[in-house]
Ligand binder design. Structure first.
Ligand code: ADP
Length: 342
């Protein structure tokens, strides 16, 4: 659906050239939710803005739905952009217009006549769950509702692609989850291809199929979300995996456990969505005659299982502990035995 071929973006600033994007190749398939994660300054915004040519690459080609956007002139581009919706961290709504008028705006620009426009807006309002708020102004809405308007507006012209620029970064965790659920719903119902950029690991884990990890303008690692985070190869990817644990507290708790039971073992379990931690732990206790204590960790529940890292202490006879570890290894859980804390 989307290919970025050998893309560079160099900004000329008074302090000299800044290489915001430094040679990126990506392929994004139709219907995929593709996440790009990286810290601030990694080049994510610049990259996503090149997908709809809000930013023109210094070098390289961007192809969307078979059309090479890099070769289009401004007028042709305006038309091509109607197939690419975009939502933003701070929503970018028109503050003097109502919800209905905000959503109708791109339809007006595309020259859609009033009756058809009204019909389409009604449909979109229903899709994003804003019924009853049609006549509200953005200032009367919560952050989550504002982003719903942003999403409806982005979808107005029936795009094939939706770009999400830190779309949940200004929202609290509960609202973030609701907006991410809405994006999944849209992806499934409309078959829309979604690219999102974020610095937050849980966003990637919750909804993305594929991920690219960015650092200093380059993609350092990419692939299916589960594979990339189950066995991160690059230091930057490991950093993001750590985001879901609290390193200092965890290190303290592990040192304590190791001192308490020198015969026992502390084990790091990384859940990748196929198991849930509670049934696994109760099974360990029942089956292996050992003590199991949760030391630390952060787990996010999803429909099919859990994501996140959990440190547990196993105490009992050495052979029982070994058998328990072998048993965990037979599950879809990554296991690492920790014998000391750095
Ligand atoms: P991210 O979205 O990952 O935070 P950005 O794409 O915003 O990263 O920025 C990448 C780098 O490019 C940063 O060093 C930033 O300062 C620089 N940059 C981004 N946009 C511009 C611009 N319009 N002019 C000059 N430098 C820019």
């Amino acid at each position: 659906m989307i290919t970025l071929r050998d893309i560079y973006k160099v900004f000329q600033t008074k302090d000299g050239p800044v290489r915001a994007v430094d040679g990126i190749d990506l392929r994004i398939n139709e219907g995929e939710i593709f996440g790009v994660i990286g810290y601030s300054g990694a080049g994510k915004s610049t990259l996503i803005r090149m997908v709809n040519m809000l930013e023109r690459p210094t070098q390289g080609e961007v192809t969307v739905a078979g059309r090479n956007l890099s070769q289009l002139h401004e007028k042709e581009l305006r038309k091509a952009r109607q197939e690419i919706g975009m939502i933003f961290q701070h929503f970018n709504l028109l503050w003097s217009r109502t919800v209905r008028e905000n959503i109708a705006f791109p339809l007006e620009i595309a020259g859609v006549k009033k009756p058809e426009r009204d019909r389409r807006v009604d449909e979109l309002i229903k899709l994003v769950g804003l019924a009853g708020r049609e006549e509200s102004y953005p200032s009367q809405l919560s952050g989550g509702q504002k982003q719903r308007v942003g999403i409806a507006r982005a979808l107005a012209n029936n795009p094939k692609v939706l770009l999400c620029d830190e779309a949940t970064s200004a929202l609290d965790p509960k609202t973030t989850d609701a907006i991410l659920d809405l994006l999944v719903d849209i992806n499934e119902k409309l078959g829309l291809t979604i690219i999102l950029i974020t610095h937050e690991m849980h966003v990637i884990r919750k909804i993305c199929h594929q991920v690219a990890v960015m650092e200093a303008g380059k993609v350092v690692e990419q692939g299916p979300v589960r594979e990339v985070f189950r066995k991160p190869k690059e230091a930057m990817t490991k950093e993001f995996v750590k985001q879901i644990t609290e390193p200092e507290e965890t290190a303290d708790a592990i040192s304590h456990m190791l001192a308490e039971s020198p015969e026992g073992k502390v084990v790091q379990l990384t859940f990748v969505g196929e198991e849930t931690e509670r049934p696994l732990i109760s099974q360990l206790i029942r089956q292996f005659d050992i003590d199991v204590n949760i030391v630390q960790g952060k787990i996010t529940k999803i429909q099919a299982g859990s994501y996140g890292t959990l440190f547990i202490a196993l105490d009992g006879k050495p052979e029982q502990i070994e058998a328990a570890i072998a048993f965990i290894r037979s599950k879809q859980v990554e296991v690492e035995v920790i014998s000391h804390v750095e």
